[in-house]
Design a protein around this ligand. Sequence first.
Ligand code: FAD
Length: 468
Amino acid sequence: TDYDIAGLKGRLGGIKVEDNPALVQQKSRDFYWYSPTLKRQLDHVVGDLIVSPTSEAEVIRTLQAAFELGIPVTPRGTGTGNYGQAMPLSGGVVLDLSGLNKVTAILPGRFVAEAGTVIAEIDKLARAQGQEVRLHPSTYATASIGGFVAGGSGGIGSIAWGGLRDFGNIIRLKVVTMEANPRVLELAGEDLHKVAHAYGTNGVITEVEMPLGPAYGWVDLIFGFDGFQAAAAFANDLGEQDGIAKKNLSVIAAPAAHSYFLRHQDYLARDKHVVIAMIADFAVDATLAFARRAGAELMFRSDDVVPEDGRKLPPGFELTWNHTTLRALRIDPAITYLQVLYPFPNQVALAAKLSEQFGDEVIGHLEFVRFDGKVTCFGLPMVRFTTEERLEEIIRIHEEMGAPIFNPHRYTLEEGGMKQTDEVQLAFKREADPKGLLNPGKMIAWEDPSYDYTSGKTFLFKSLSEKG
Ligand code: FAD
């Protein structure tokens, strides 16, 4: 590329930069390879320079210099996103925020942390004070809190608290703009929607304030069922037991749990559909009583297990959300996945119907959540990939049967989301990133205002078509 990288480096004296090609390539990637489509489209994508600030002041200096030289900047937390969100489609700077890693405050009911802090680190400090992070992705151990806010949606805790989009799950964000003189803005309330889940296309988050809850000891319970629908119905009913403190509730169709959860395999059976529940230790007896009435068979409880090899089992939540897909992929590289909405209140019946529709080709996987006070579920079904055409067909059949897809095989905000312009995020980009230098190619509304989302085509960002 013809960016003045030497000029940029000259202006960034004192800030850590890296241009070793192998390291630059490594930090230009995320978990895009979950998708065979994104793997094909994005494999060649690479930035020119990794810049690793360790303070907000260094972020400001970096943005100011890149703005002056017209060099794109793609923010990155720890690169665990699944849709190429943190990949620099136009090259330029990858802004590695993992050095902004200080927990600023643990207060009653909330924390304040720098955006690059790994979530487990925040949780550890909160736990020392009897509190815990209320909502986190299954990548708890590796993801940054800023990356979660900018690129994630929900996860562990969503069965109690809903998703990141729901009111109250983010309290406040500090954001730096991409201008000649970058501004530092504090956003709260309605304004959070400007940058939350905007993939870093319209501001760099430097600080996050989010709620904490009381710290509990958590126990994983796994129940087995002969039918997928019976498992889903049990999970839904358990989700509605408001007296039982729980943090996660997932359903995996047979034989996937047995085939893919190798460390838990001894406790599982090939022909059983499973419900994986993360339950507060003091609520285990109540859960087992409830399960007995429902005729559910307990297959595993984490507080009762000493693996023969002495190695610790992974936490149950690392079998759920997109860890399910990861474990499947490690064993069967042909597996990919979808993200499905089963509209309330018919979620259980529709999920079961769709699971029957495709047989072994689409393997049922449900994550239960509480949205607007109502228990429902999303699907992250695993798909045995054959061709991109067949994948599109599977998506179409879901949508025809009344189950909208949030397509994880697209790198743009719109195609992965509501398939329409987010006017709030677009307006904020005009204000905070007037040259369009932040994470180019991810917001269609900015790149091509007249784009027709109903065309049935896939958006192709021009930098990609030039290189790819
Ligand atoms: P990155 O991947 O580095 O970045 C994500 C996006 O945010 C990018 O667009 C990037 O440009 C932008 N960004 C990062 N930091 C900033 C910042 N400070 N300011 C502005 N923009 C920024 N997601 C869920 O929501 N729930 C899950 O349960 C879940 N489970 C997962 C399991 C696995 C095995 C994997 C691989 C992924 C999973 N994900 C899940 C997706 C991903 O892990 C999370 O969204 C995670 O929180 C992203 O954090 P990160 O630091 O890796 O962000």
